[in-house]
Design a protein around this ligand. Structure first.
Ligand SMILES: *Cc1c(COP(=O)(O)O)cnc(C)c1O
Length: 355
């Protein structure tokens, strides 16, 4: 056994638990990782194949063409966009760029399970603030948790795994009340699925406030989870700092070209997102008709706060051929997938419904 000590902070760090994978040869629907159930478009597969012939070379370190295309689509300057190996990695780079050892990062909890890990790796200290029983972030409580040691506030909207989006008035109040030298990170991994008319507009908040950073990803709505492309949008000086913290050549040439092809196919991909939003409504309505209390979802998943029944529900669901994501003792997150998967899931849920 190695005697080399690991960092003390690692001792009580929970590992990232990936969603269950479909066993080889099994007929099962994977609703455990918020993936897009649609396979890549032919144009995206063609871009991947074209890029494959160049993999003896390092990729363009600054993903220039992709960065420009993202900037053009968001109406921001290319200097404001920093790509990375999934937005999880970009979050790590943001924290590394601004946190000194021991600085505090205020975060909602339960929220994205990568947060405590990324915060600890950056040498910072996470300050969890409970999410409401309705699954909504408590923005006044997040603002109230700020101390002189606070460097960052993480705002996950829509919140993974509970589903609701932060509203514009709530965000405006938070941004008005926190010090200007505290960074507010809006993790918008599911922004393309938001239909709530009251939802906050991250780009507008960024235009108005110099201490805002947006995180977005090609993993969910664009269906490129396997290629690892995400990005931050920030004011140029912050963006430069995030770039300095980034893994060199973090986004592969294959991933860059696939993301570019996906932006070109945006209309077709957003039609798929519309279909998933329809399916989300069917899943939510079906569960509520069975008597379940389900928080509003503005993402591609729904949340059942099953408490200590969570693991048992996930096992029953797996036996029926649907893999969901249990958070032991807390709840179960069910991604929106194929209509057949929704049907099966609703059958499982009916068997254990509260009435
Ligand atoms: C899925 C997800 C991400 C994005 O992950 P990638 O690393 O881009 O695949 C970021 N934040 C939240 C809250 C997520 O659920």
């Amino acid at each position: 056994m190695s005697r080399v000590p690991l960092r003390r902070a690692f001792a009580d760090l929970p590992p990232y638990v990936p969603g269950a994978r479909v066993p080889v040869g099994a007929a099962a629907y994977k609703l455990s990782s918020n993936e897009n159930p649609y396979p890549p478009l032919p144009s995206v597969v063609a871009a991947v194949a074209d890029a494959a012939v160049d993999v003896n070379r390092y990729p363009d370190m600054f993903a220039t063409e992709l960065t420009e295309a993202i900037a053009a689509s968001l109406l921001v300057a290319p200097e404001q966009v920093v790509t990375g190996c999934g937005s999880v990695a970009v979050l790590g780079h943001v924290l590394q760029a601004v946190c000194e050892s021991g600085d505090e990062v205020v975060m909602p909890w339960r929220s994205f399970e990568a947060y405590p890990i990324a915060i600890t790796l950056a040498g910072a200290v996470g300050v969890p603030v409970p999410v409401g029983a309705d699954g909504r972030l408590d923005l006044p409580a997040l603002a109230a948790a700020v101390t002189p040691r606070t460097r960052v506030i993480l705002v996950c909207t829509p919140n993974n795994p509970t589903g609701p989006a932060v509203h514009a008035d709530e965000l405006a109040e938070l941004l008005a009340s926190v010090p200007k030298d505290v960074l507010v990170v809006l993790d918008e991994a599911y922004v393309e699925f938001v239909r709530d008319p009251e939802a906050a507009d991250g780009l507008a908040a960024l235009a108005e406030h110099a201490n805002v950073v947006l995180l977005r990803t090609f993993s969910k709505a664009y269906g490129l989870a396997g290629l690892r492309v995400g990005y931050a949008v920030a004011r140029p000086r912050l963006a430069t700092g995030i770039r300095m913290a980034s893994t060199p050549f973090g986004v592969s040439h294959v991933a860059q070209l696939a993301a570019l092809a996906s932006l070109r196919a945006e209309r077709e991909l957003m039609t798929r997102v519309d279909k998933l939003v329809v399916e989300r409504t069917r899943l939510l309505d079906g569960l509520r008709a069975q008597g379940w209390t389900v928080p509003d979802s503005q993402a591609n998943f729904v949340w059942l706060a099953l408490g200590d029944q969570s693991s048992a529900f996930a096992e029953r669901s797996a036996r029926a051929g649907v893999l969901v994501r249990p958070f032991a003792g807390d709840g179960v997150r069910i991604s929106v997938g194929e209509p057949e998967a929704t049907d099966l899931l609703l059958e499982v849920a009916a068997d254990s419904s509260p009435r």
